[in-house]
Structures are given as structure tokens and as C-alpha cells.
Design a protein around this ligand. Structure first.
Ligand SMILES: NC(=O)c1ccc[n+]([C@@H]2O[C@H](COP(=O)([O-])OP(=O)(O)OC[C@H]3O[C@@H](n4cnc5c(N)ncnc54)[C@H](O)[C@@H]3O)[C@@H](O)[C@H]2O)c1
Length: 290
């Protein structure tokens, strides 16, 4: 039986794509869920997950709206008995370049930074005081991208760089010059990752991030007008494999890795890579709650 059984997770952006795969994998491990999304399909999850025998609380709303965030978190506390796991997954993609006009840039900021950075920040701020008050540890996983690890986190360059199929070592941000704001929002997650991991380690709360390359999802298919060439699809990673690794990460428990950007690169197996040293969180700072 998974050590996750009967825990409670909040999963944002759970209607489709990776978020739905995370919700499915968590439910299979026996985790009760508070799932939210702007899309209607989030309401399908209780029926979809009924066979897993877990409780599923659904909410429709925008992660950049503090009122929505509060209602999801309050609901999880009231109906599910607290929060042990936060999967900060909701994300949007958008093209943006250095010479975009100001009106487009302001709209982009609201949408791209609003979802990919503000949403994760607000959910963290809403959930962390609850985890601290519960005093039973916890896990936060921010869903980032390979765009901001650029073949290694800011301080750990990928050991397999020489054999990388991309051939550029290390490549610049994955978005090149066409996604400056998406990349900036995701890079911003490093600030939350390191600061939260350091301050929460003494309370048995781990904070990690997933940094994946192309993974089959609604978002990725939208780049190809929802009709991607099969050859392209075959090269992508699978959301359910990524979700399996999420469960593996959570099952490491409180003494597991912390403050890590965990990479998933196309052309390699979707697996939990070996942890790096804790550069930001020293072992003696970590409280292990059993
Ligand atoms: N699929 C990939 O290749 C890939 C690669 C790198 C990173 N990511 C990241 O993974 C996460 C999931 O992406 P995906 O590929 O599954 O995308 P997706 O579009 O398939 O799913 C994203 C979900 O988030 C929801 N969402 C978007 N904006 C929201 C908002 N403001 N409030 C609430 N919900 C919102 C969407 O409605 C959708 O259900 C994102 O953070 C994305 O940036 C994905």
C-alpha cells in the first residue's frame, strides 16, 4: 500500500493534460483530491476517478484569482481534512518577443505570468500556513519546464550534456527568443522553489519542481492545431509516465530530495533522476516527520 493513501492533494489545472494525469495517478495511490481548473472538464473527475474510492472535490476558476484560490483551499480543509500535497500545475503558453507592443505585453503579462507564476505563488501562500499549522509535513511540487533549466538547473549542469540529442551544449532557454515571458515566469519559480524549500525544511515540508520537455498534452497538441504529425507525437514523452514519476517522488517521503529542479528530457527514459546535493537546504535543517 502506498504511503500516500488517505493523504490530501490539491492539483491545479487538472481538467486536461499533465494535471489530469497527476490527478489520476494520485487517486490510484489512494490520495483524496481537491482539483481545480478554468475548464469545464474538471467536473468530470469525480466520475472518472470513482473506482479509486477517493474523495474528489472540484472547483472551476482561475488560479490567478485570490478568491478562487482561497475557496479551493478552504474546501480542501473543510471537506477533506487538510492538505498534505500541493501540485502547482496550471499553466498557459503564449508567444511573446522583446519587440511586442505594450498593449499585447500587458495582456500577455496578466495571462502568462498570472497563471504560471502568480497562480503558483498564491496557492503556495494559501496552502503553506495550513501545512505549518497541521504540523504533519507535506510536499509542494511546482510544474515548471525544461526552458528554465537550460540543460541543468542554474547550478547543476546536466551530466549527460555531451551525449544530448539536441547537440547544443548547453542550449539557451528552450523558448529561444519567442517565449520570453513564459520563460521569465517559469524562471521566477526558482525563487519560490529555493526560498520555500529552505524555510519549510525545518517543518518537514519538501518543495521540488518538475522541468519537462515536450510531453503529450492538450497544450502541446494545440501547437499543431490539435492534429500533430504522428512522428512528432512519437517523440514526445507521455503525461502518464510523468505522473508515475510524481508518485515516486512523493513516495520518497520526508527524508527525500528537496529544493530540486527535476529534469525530463525527450530522448531519455521518463524516470526520477538521481538527486543533486542540497545546495540550498542542508541536511541538518531538514526535519523528518514520520
Ligand atoms: N506539455 C508539455 O510539453 C510541457 C512542457 C513543459 C512544461 N509544461 C507545463 O506543464 C503544466 C501543464 O501543462 P500541459 O501541457 O498539461 O497543458 P494543458 O494546456 O494540456 O493543461 C493545462 C491546464 O491548466 C489549466 N489552466 C490554464 N490556465 C489556468 C488558470 N489561469 N487557472 C486555472 N487553470 C488553468 C488549463 O485549462 C488546462 O486544463 C503547465 O504548467 C506547463 O507550463 C508542459
Amino acid at each position: 500500500m502506498s504511503i500516500l493513501k488517505n493523504k490530501v492533494a490539491v492539483v491545479t489545472g487538472a481538467a486536461v493534460g499533465l494535471g489530469r494525469a497527476y490527478a489520476e495517478a494520485l487517486a490510484e495511490a489512494g490520495v483524496n483530491l481537491a482539483v481545480c481548473d478554468v475548464r469545464d472538464e474538471v467536473m468530470e473527475l469525480p466520475e472518472l476517478l470513482a473506482d479509486d474510492g477517493v474523495k474528489v472535490l472540484t472547483s472551476q476558476g482561475d488560479v490567478s484569482d485570490p478568491k478562487h484560490v482561497k475557496s479551493v483551499v478552504d474546501g480542501a480543509c473543510e471537506y477533506l481534512g487538510g492538505i498534505d500535497i500541493l501540485i502547482n500545475n496550471a499553466g498557459v503558453w503564449g508567444a511573446s518577443t522583446a519587440d511586442d507592443d505594450l498593449d499585447k505585453s500587458i495582456a500577455d503579462y496578466e495571462s502568462i505570468v498570472g497563471t504560471n507564476l502568480k497562480g503558483e505563488y498564491l496557492f503556495g501562500r494559501a496552502v503553506i500556513p495550513i501545512m505549518l499549522a497541521q504540523a504533519r509535513g507535506g510536499d509542494i511540487v511546482n510544474i515548471a519546464t525544461d526552458h528554465m533549466v537550460t540543460c541543468g538547473t542554474p547550478d547543476h549542469v546536466c551530466p549527460d550534456l555531451e551525449s544530448c540529442p539536441w547537440g547544443e551544449s548547453p542550449r539557451p532557454t528552450g523558448g529561444g527568443d519567442a517565449m520570453d515571458l513564459y520563460d521569465a515566469a517559469k524562471w521566477g519559480l526558482n525563487g519560490l522553489l529555493y526560498a520555500w524549500a529552505k524555510s519549510l525544511a525545518p517543518h518537514g515540508i519538501r518543495v521540488n519542481a518538475f522541468c519537462m520537455g515536450a510531453t503529450d498534452s492538450w497544450m502541446l497538441r494545440s501547437f499543431h492545431g490539435h492534429n500533430p504529425p504522428q512522428e512528432e507525437v512519437d517523440s514526445w514523452m507521455r503525461a502518464e509516465d510523468n505522473a508515475r514519476v510524481l508518485i515516486e517522488l512523493l513516495e520518497e517521503g520526508p527524508s527525500g530530495r528537496n529544493a530540486q529542479n527535476i529534469n525530463f528530457c525527450i530522448g531519455r527514459p521518463v524516470a526520477l533522476e538521481a538527486p543533486n546535493d542540497h545546495r540550498y537546504v542542508r541536511a541538518e535543517q531538514v526535519k523528518v516527520i514520520s
